[in-house]
Design a protein around this ligand. Sequence first.
Ligand SMILES: [Zn+2]
Length: 72
Amino acid sequence: MESGGDGDWQVRHIPGAQATKVYRCPGCDHEIQPGTPHVVAWPAQDYGSVEQRRHWHPNCWKSRARRPPGRW
Ligand SMILES: [Zn+2]
């Protein structure tokens, strides 16, 4: 669990071997290719809600605090 200016998040680091699909990163709006280690995050209060999960590039996740809230 991580806390930030945008609330509490459950965060999971996905190794490349488990990344089997293409995802779109909400931080940069580019695709995360299969085999790329990345980060999955979802709001802590919505645990179990798969639709809320977002896949991020690690760098985009780390820099999200610089983005204004509500701009995703
Ligand atoms: Zn990204």
